[in-house]
Every structure is written in C-alpha cells, then in structure tokens.
Design a protein around this ligand. Structure first.
Ligand code: LLP
Length: 427
C-alpha cells in the first residue's frame, strides 16, 4: 500500500497512481459497475469499530450502530457479525436490522415520533429498549405495551443542554431542540414512568448532536447525566444502563476529532471517579463507524469554463450526495487516476451535478487537473449519503460495492426504471 489519503484510513490509498479501496482499483470497479458508484472498505469499518472496542476493553458496554448513517443490508450484516447491536428510528430500520440477522434484544429504538404501530411491532419482535423522548410518548407506549400484554423496557432520553459546537441542523442536546426531556423535568418524568404498569425503567439516554469534534461537550454531558442518575436512584428508581448516544465526528476537512478510544478513556475515568465505572454502557455511533470507509466515484461529464466560475459537471448529484446542499458540508474530492504530471497546472472549479438547481453542488472552488471522461472520488461518503439519497430528477439511486481485501461485492444494484416507478399507477 502507498499514500493513504486520510490520516488513520490506510485502506483508501493510491497504488501505481490509481486510487484503491483496499486491494481493488476504483477505475476497474467503475468500469464494471458504472458511476456514480459508492465503494466501501470493510476493513476501514472494522478498524473504526475496533477503536471503540479498545476503549471499552474490560467494561460492560454495548455498541449499537446507528443505522441511519448507512442502512444498506450488507453493512448491517458486517456490524451484526462483529457483535454490534443497533440503534433504529423507524419500523423500516427495524425490518432492515432483522433482515441483516440482528439479535432483536440488542436493538434500541430512538426517535421523537414513534407511531403506535411501530411500538407494537418492536414489542412483538422483542427489542431491547425504547429510548423515550417525551411525556406523551411514555403514556402511549404504556398503553401499547398493556394492549399487547407485554412490558416495554425504557430509557428516557434527557436533553442535557450542552452545546455540541456543531452545525445547527445536527445539534440535538440544546434546550431549543425537539429532542429529549428537559433536564429539569427528568426526575418527575422518571417517577411517572416508573409508576406505569406497561413500562419497565431500565436506563437513561442522551445524544447531544453529530459531527462533534471536541471532547468537552461529551465530558460536560456525562457530568450532567451522572447528576441525574444520582437523583433518580436516590428517588428509588434503579438505572441499569447509561446510553450515551453517538455523535463523534470524523475528519472531512482537516477536522481533528478525538479518537474513539481516547475519548472513552476520558469518559470512563469520569465514570470511575464518580463510582459508575461498572454500570452497563451503551453508545449509538453512526458516522464514526462508516463515514470515512466510503467513497463515491463519479465521472466528469463536461468542463464548462465561465467568466466568474469554471464548472466541472459530474454524473453524481445532490440526490446521491445531499450533504453539501443540506449542510454546506465539505467532502474532499480527488482524482481516481493521479495526473501523469502532477506539476501540470490545475484550474479551480465548482464541482456540480446535473440536477436542475444551483443548490446541486458537491464542492466549491476545488483545484483540479481534470477533463471530461476522468473519474473523481468524493471522500468520506460512507455516512449519510446513500441513506439520504433520493430519486430526485428521476435519477436512479447509485450502486454500492463492499470491498474486502481484493474481493468486491455488489451490495446494491443501481436502480432500474422499474425500481423507480414501482408502486406508481397511471389513472
Ligand atoms: N443516536 C441518535 C438518537 C441520533 O439521532 C443519531 C444521529 C445518532 C445516534 C448517530 O449519530 P452519529 O454518530 O452518526 O453522529 N444527516 C446529518 C447527520 C444527522 C444525525 C442524526 N442523528 C449529516 O449528514 O451530517
């Protein structure tokens, strides 16, 4: 292997001037499968998981992969085989994890708007725990559990009111957010839940946001959570597990989030110091397990020089890679084949897709040495890309490949037109 592109991610690298994911050349994969094409490194996902596992060595902890980051079945299968549980937010996600072979008892169900039908289905299959987000939901879950003759194990998601210092759309633990129960209401809400016959209080939960790159918000949130655990237990309600959510960021653009094991060393030191070191822990990481394991390969369709801007028009678009349009997110873009003469001059381009709106951009002001027909790779595309993709402009959803060493597996075929119109009816 040579020249990894992202520090700590050796599996995406150039060899003989060709970009590879593990032992597979992206040029070869895109010739066989077309573009846009998502390609994931299994080793990279397992490395990311191993950092958490190292952090939790010797502890009673469960890693529940938050599948909203990438819910493709084969990816879920990799994490199920590695022993993970799953964090889900809908009946569809529940069906996905079960289809991938998950053990239902290792599934936790988060989200502010669970329907009665979703609750009933989750109880029927025997999920491990509901993360309940409001007082109204507590009453409904109690009713649904009683009507199905079961008891629902619950954690209450508390809103610790700490600033995760991330994009406002992905901050979730602040007072003004729709998530969780306000810190001040936590104890009364626990007392109310503990008195309901259809519920069994088992834990406490928080999730403060996503793409968090500092450890202070986590350390502050842990202190606030432990204060709550102390007061809830003092009121006679035992808390068996502490679920600390997900949110750890990845390096998109020189970001330097703490490594998962380093972060957990600090958090566990805090838990130990406060006497909670042996408590069962759960976490719900999404992005940090898959984000930097994936790339999206796209072909350059046209070069369009202009007076104010030069455009590089590619065949991937906001329907495949929605993060730039939604969050002004930055994804590194690199050539699949390194230029024969790296010293040749590059031009500055806006890399844009074919979708008919100006919000359809993938990268602004990127220095690239490219021409039509070249292929580019959009990095850090393993999380919140395919799972947020759409058929906007009646574009097919892209194909996905999982690479394992020198083997590549097609894990999702590109949408056909029949896939796109399935379920539609003419008058
Ligand atoms: N647990 C809960 C309750 C969540 O809401 C989320 C993410 C996670 C866990 C996983 O968070 P992660 O470890 O992936 O940061 N689409 C946005 C990110 C939205 C995150 C939503 N919740 C993006 O592309 O940046």
């Amino acid at each position: 292997m040579s020249a990894p592109l992202l520090p700590g991610h050796p599996h995406i690298h150039y060899a003989n001037d060709q970009l590879h994911v593990e032992g597979c050349s992206l040029d070869a994969l895109s010739l066989s499968h077309g573009t846009p094409l998502f390609v994931y490194s299994k080793a990279s996902m397992l490395d990311a998981l191993a950092a958490y596992q190292r952090g939790f060595a010797g502890r009673n902890a469960r890693i529940c992969y938050a599948i909203k980051a990438n819910s493709s079945l084969a990816i879920l299968q990799v994490f199920a085989a590695a022993g993970c549980g799953f964090d889900i937010v809908s009946e569809g996600e529940l069906a996905r994890v079960l289809a991938a072979g998950a053990d239902a008892s290792k599934v936790i169900f988060s989200g502010v708007g669970k329907t009665r039908a979703e609750m009933a289905q989750a109880l029927r299959v025997g999920i491990g725990c509901f993360n309940v987000e409001s007082e109204a939901e507590i009453d409904v879950l109690n009713e649904v559990a009683l009507s199905t003759g079961t008891r629902a194990a619950i954690s209450i998601r508390v809103n610790p009111n700490v600033d995760p210092k991330t994009h406002p759309y992905i901050s979730t633990g602040l007072k003004g957010n729709k998530f969780g129960i306000a810190h001040e209401r936590t104890l009364v809400t626990y007392q109310r839940a503990a008195a309901l016959p259809g519920l069994q209080v088992v834990g406490i939960d928080c999730h403060i946001g996503s793409q968090i790159t500092q450890d202070t918000p986590y350390l502050d949130a842990m202190d606030r959570m432990l204060d709550l655990v102390e007061s809830i237990e003092a009121a006679g309600i035992p808390i068996h597990h502490i679920d600390f959510g997900g949110g750890l960021g990845i390096n998109y653009n020189g970001d330097t989030p703490p490594a998962a094991d380093a972060l957990w060393n600090k958090l566990l030191a805090k838990l130990d110091a406060r006497g909670f070191g042996q408590r069962q822990l759960m976490i719900e990481p999404g992005r940090s397990l898959v984000g930097n394991a994936g790339v999206c390969v796209t072909e350059v369709l046209y070069m369009k020089p202009g007076e104010q801007k030069n455009f590089c028009i590619v065949d991937a678009a906001m329907n495949d890679l929605p993060r730039p349009a939604m969050y002004q997110a930055f994804h590194t873009i690199v050539p699949v084949q390194q230029a024969a003469s790296p010293s040749a001059s590059s031009e500055v381009y806006d890399v844009v897709g074919p979708v008919c709106e100006s919000g359809d951009w993938i990268g602004h002001d990127r220095a690239l040495q490219v021409q039509a027909g070249d292929k580019l790779a959009v990095l850090s595309a393993g999380a919140y890309c395919m799972s947020m993709s759409s058929n906007y402009n009646s574009r097919p959803k892209a194909a996905e490949i999982l690479v394992d060493g020198t083997q590549s597996h097609l894990i999702r075929q590109r949408d056909s037109f029949a896939d796109q119109i399935r379920g539609e009816k003419l008058l």
